[in-house]
Design a protein around this ligand. Structure first.
Ligand SMILES: [Zn+2]
Length: 191
């Protein structure tokens, strides 16, 4: 499986393959025994990504991840260690326009060496539209499977969406939107 540094992940599907908008990057933190993640908005510069991982009245746990080498510095290594005992962290890339959403695996911090191991992608939910259809590719990298749902736009009579389960088709397989749509049209031919 392709591995991503934080920088690679931010560049993945950015701009969005469907609408060419800049995507929004969030850092998700999942706390033990708490339902659902919290989404943090990092500051992304050319050289680093800065995350306020935990904010209290008295202090903020800040984490800088450097794009050149995926190394990190925390405002307090001890506080980061404590935080990571009860929280898992992953990245989410989201297009506000078409809702294409991509999530990374949990970040694997090498605390003693000060870097984050390159991670894989856990899921992609990609929406692409042309004049006649909306194509939704929902890919789970854990099950190695993509569910393709093809819906007609502006249908005159109601028609159920077509649904195909196929071996994993990651977004990285496609050069651009046209390439993706041409591939999806082959499913329409055989349906
Ligand atoms: Zn988009």
């Amino acid at each position: 499986m392709k591995r991503f540094t934080v920088k690679d992940f931010i560049a993945h599907n950015n701009p969005c393959i469907n609408c060419n908008d800049s995507i929004s990057i969030k850092v998700a933190t999942l706390e033990d025994n708490v339902d659902g993640p919290a989404f943090l908005r990092p500051t992304v510069s050319n050289d680093f990504t800065l995350i306020d991982l935990k904010v209290t009245y008295t202090k903020t746990l800040k984490l800088w991840i450097f794009h050149q080498n995926n190394k990190f510095i925390a405002s307090s290594v001890d506080d980061l260690k404590l935080f990571l005992k009860t929280h898992r962290v992953y990245l989410r890339s989201h297009c506000e326009r078409c809702y294409t959403n991509i999530e990374s695996h949990f970040l694997d911090f090498e605390l003693d060496k000060g870097y984050i191991k390159p991670m894989g992608i856990s899921m992609e939910s990609v929406f692409v539209t042309d004049d006649a259809h909306r194509y939704h590719l929902h890919s789970s990298f854990a099950t190695n499977e993509t569910i393709i749902i093809i819906d007609r736009i502006n249908k005159v009579t109601p028609i159920s969406p077509m649904r195909f389960e196929v071996p994993l088709i990651p977004l990285s397989k496609f050069r651009d939107k046209e390439h993706l749509i041409n591939k999806m049209k082959t499913y329409l031919v055989f349906s």
